[in-house]
Design a protein around this ligand. Structure first.
Ligand code: PLP
Length: 373
């Protein structure tokens, strides 16, 4: 294999200064750390890992992971090997870095060499990992995923007995599965997956277990096992549908007011003229658009905020800007307005644009100025 292709990646990125861009994303690493401690108090018997895939849900994997490592977090999950390669050298050698998708064919040796741990999701991945272990003459660490009813990743129950000989050749650090309906605790799939997990584990060599991501932690101790794998909850998203959010918000997105203009009643606004002023109005053009993750589905939906004053979004969201109604406000060009923050959380933005907070966070993009506090 060509080693150059698999150089350790470089995550540290240059973010523009506020004057060079249309807005600022503030990421509160202290709040993320407090959320991690809060989850540890909720699951006192379990290790609380951190899921930092997709650049820590858009908030910056290197910053988030190194901060949580300082707080005591010892296991980090990413989805892809490229994410693990970029993060590995920023973490202590004894910190576990786990690749949820496992090692793709041909990348097993790199995983072992740099010390990232694959999740074995398929019989093929298990066979390749044990083949490498034999070549290297040592047991290699791995996690094993079981499909307990999400039908996405993991070994099927019918495969288990034939795979037992191979399983005895790996250093099985954790047996895991993932809940399909965890944000709705009363959904019968949760109990069914728990029962399947317990039955399937009993057919395997003894190993620590993990079933809960963010939402599952809040079902209670019976779902927590030996390790929990929160992502969303660390970043402040609400874990359970329709219930109060016990976690601290972690981000704020502000946009720059580029231009103010006074218009007559009957003035058509933005692409497609989807809004028309009903009265003489003062309009603010704000330099954040859907390319910055402020989705086009938010056109004519909800408000941006200047202090505690709500400015309704009018017209379509453009790629790089949006228009808000600033009539009867003291807004000035160059001011910052809140797009995501205390008045409108990522979950609120998600609700208003028919998606989930996860998609809002991972869609934020890297074009804004960024400040870590
Ligand atoms: C993404 C993911 C998580 C984290 O999920 P959250 O709902 O963000 O806590 C945990 N486990 C697996 C297998 C995942 O894919």
């Amino acid at each position: 294999m060509d080693g150059s292709v698999y150089r350790m990646g470089e995550i540290s990125r240059h973010f523009p200064a506020l004057a060079e861009t249309g807005g600022r994303l503030v990421v509160d690493l202290g709040a993320i750390t407090r959320n991690w401690h809060r989850l540890q108090r909720l699951a006192p018997q379990a290790e609380v890992a951190a899921v930092v895939k997709a650049d820590a849900y858009g908030l910056g994997a290197e910053s988030v992971a190194t901060r949580l490592q300082d707080a005591g977090c010892r296991s980090f999950f990413v989805a892809h090997l490229c994410e693990a390669l970029a993060l590995r050298r920023h973490l202590a050698p004894d910190t576990r870095l786990i690749v949820l998708h496992g090692a793709a064919a041909g990348t097993e040796a790199v995983c072992a060499e740099v010390g990232v741990i694959p999740v074995l999701n398929t019989p093929t991945q298990l066979a390749a990992w044990t083949r490498l272990a034999r070549d290297l003459g040592r047991k290699l660490p791995a996690l094993l995923q079981l499909d307990t009813g999400m039908t996405r990743f993991g070994l099927a129950e019918a495969d288990l007995s034939s795979l037992l000989p191979l399983l005895s050749e790996v250093d099985l650090q954790l047996v895991m599965s993932h809940l399909a309906c965890a944000d709705t605790p009363e959904h019968p799939a949760n109990a069914a997956q728990l029962a399947n997990f317990t039955r399937m584990r009993a057919q395997l060599p003894p190993a620590p277990a993990s079933l809960a991501a963010s939402s599952g932690i809040f079902h209670g101790p019976h779902m927590q096992f030996d390790l929990v794998r929160p992502g969303a909850a660390l970043y402040g998203l609400a874990p359970l549908a329709g219930q109060p959010n016990p976690l601290e918000p972690t981000i704020r997105l502000d946009g720059v007011v580029m231009q103010l203009r006074d218009v007559q009643a009957g003035t058509a606004l933005g692409y497609g003229h989807t809004a028309i002023t009903k009265q003489p109005s003062r309009l603010a053009t704000i330099a954040i658009g859907y390319a910055d993750g402020f989705r086009r589905a938010l056109s004519n939906q909800g408000c941006v905020w200047h202090g505690d004053t709500a400015l309704p979004i009018v017209g379509r969201i453009s790629m790089d800007s949006l228009i808000a109604d600033a009539t009867n406000t003291s807004l000035a060009e160059g001011d910052l307005v809140e797009l995501i923050g205390p008045h409108r959380t990522p979950d609120d933005v998600a609700r208003d644009s028919d998606t989930i907070g996860y998609e809002i966070l991972t869609g934020l993009g890297t074009r804004c100025a960024r400040q870590y506090i």
